[in-house]
Design a protein around this ligand. Sequence first.
Ligand code: TYC
Length: 101
Amino acid sequence: MPDTDLLPKTRAKPKTEKPRLWKVILLNDDFTPRDFVTAVLMRVFRMTEGEALGVMMTAHRKGACVVAVYTKEIAETKARLGTDAGAARGYPLTFTTEREE
Ligand code: TYC
């Protein structure tokens, strides 16, 4: 008779939880030049000029625009890089992060 005591008695619980993602959001302001916002989006978020123009104009018209989603650490780093790029030139350009539901 086979020694069934050696077989596992419970199944491994499947790990199905997905990593939480964080949105990077671009906020409009009245001072940062449009071409500067577009250049920051291209450099920090690796967008084409067309993509960057679309995001910049959406923020300009609606007040804010989701730029991209990343894991928490990457979202926070990119938001800081974008905000710092504006601050270095004296602009109030602001990127924030928000957890996705
Ligand atoms: N509203 C700015 C202007 O008219 C341009 C701008 C667009 C600034 C989007 C920020 O997130 C922004 N110069």
